[in-house]
Every structure is written in C-alpha cells, then in structure tokens.
Design a protein around this ligand. Sequence first.
Ligand code: IMP
Length: 204
Amino acid sequence: MPETPLPPLVFATRNANKVLEVQALLGNAYQLLSLDSLGCTDELPETGDTLAYNAREKAAFVHERWCVDVFAEDSGLLVTALNGEPGAYSARYAGPAARDQDNTALLLARLADRPDREARFRTVISLCLSGEWHLFQGECRGIIGHSASGEGGFGYDPVFYPMLEGGVSDRTFAQMSRAEKNAISHRGQAVRALVSFLNEQSVI
Ligand code: IMP
C-alpha cells in the first residue's frame, strides 16, 4: 500500500536549527517545512510592540500568500524594573545592527543601580491550522546577574539565572547544556504545548 503523505506544516522561521528541533519533537505527525522549502524569500514583517502581535503577523504573512497551515514564534526578555523592556525589541535593543554583546551590555548598564533584578523570558507561538488561530506560550522566570557568565547559548543567556524549584540557579542559561536549558526554557515550554496540541489533532 502506498504511504499516506504527512500533512505539511510550515514553520515561519529562517532558523534551520529551530525547524530541526521542532521536527524531532513532532515525530511523524506532520512534515515540517521551512520558509526556504516553501520558496519564501521575503523578509517576514515584525512591526508590533508585543510578542503575540509579531508572532501572529509573521504566520499571517505566510498563510495569506501560500494558503498553508503555518506557525511562527516570537521570544524576548522582559525585565520588571525596566517596565518589561526589552520585550519585543530584545534582538535590537541596542540598535538595528546590535550584536548580542551590545544588547547585554546595554541591559546591564540600565540595571546598574537597580536592586530589583527580576526578569522573565517569554515565547509566544501563533498557529494557523485549517484557518483557525491558536496561541501557545512559555515563560521562564529568573534574575539578571551583574556580569556575563558562560559561553553557551545566545542572546541574553550569559546574564540570565533561571528560577528553579529550589530557588535561583547558580548557573546562567549560558552555563547549561542545550538539553538542560530546553527542559525549563520559555521556548521549550511553548514548543511542547504546540506539539502536544498538534499530536492531538493528528489522531482525531
Ligand atoms: P527570537 O524571537 O527567538 O528570534 O528571539 C528574539 C531575541 O530575544 C533574541 O535575539 C534574543 O536577544 C532574545 N532571546 C529570545 N530567546 C532567548 C533565549 O533563550 N536566550 C537568550 N536570549 C533570547
């Protein structure tokens, strides 16, 4: 008997690692397609000032042009003492061409005299499946350190000490293995919520 083709699902990202990571979690329920395999060379819009707005805007851009099932994610760091900054601007906090080190240095400078170091990473995933919209979220609370520690990860990882069950970790995200970080991270939680929803759909 010929095999039934898996339903295609587009992940609206240019990050090939993120596609592989989600495909591994999804198993054989869907065939995950990247923007490249769809033939999408456009830059996806990201014009909002919230993560939820940007995630939906990116997914809607692809859905409207290619009429496919699609999801997009947006993540950022929200610092309590800075009224939620840098939030949706996390990637370009220190300017449009800012590198991770520039953004982190600016964050540490803005927090220099602040005793309140509370922050949280947040991920929002917006999914359009059969024309219906769904939202998934993940959040990881933690503390911003006073200097960078660790070589792993990316972005603000070297200054972020996640909150664990017993209290604040003594290691930053940048000092953890990828598996350790995924188990507690905002992105890991949001992706697991998405995957469990998709797996439920595929058995109905
Ligand atoms: P993206 O939406 O996953 O591309 O994340 C946008 C920006 O938020 C990144 O460029 C980082 O500055 C920051 N960010 C998001 N997730 C993380 C993380 O897990 N660790 C450190 N920085 C992150």
